[in-house]
Design a protein around this ligand. Structure first.
Ligand code: FES
Length: 60
């Protein structure tokens, strides 16, 4: 499923960037451009960032 329509970035692609250490929406954008178009997807990117951070905290 696409998270960012402007840059045709999927949720799976964002998850890969999170796993590779992207820890801000700008860091995700630097890797794939998500969030750097209209900005509509930034809220969803933040949700994915928070879920990833919670998952890492729970695993620690
Ligand atoms: S949908 Fe991601 S920047 Fe427009």
């Amino acid at each position: 499923m696409f998270v960012c329509i402007c840059k045709a970035v999927t949720e799976e692609e964002v998850q890969e960037h999170l796993g590779d250490g992207a820890d801000t929406t700008d860091a995700i954008g630097a890797r794939c451009g998500a969030g750097w178009g209209c900005g509509t997807c930034v809220e969803r990117l933040n949700e994915l960032l928070c879920a990833h951070a919670v998952g890492r905290h729970a695993a620690a």
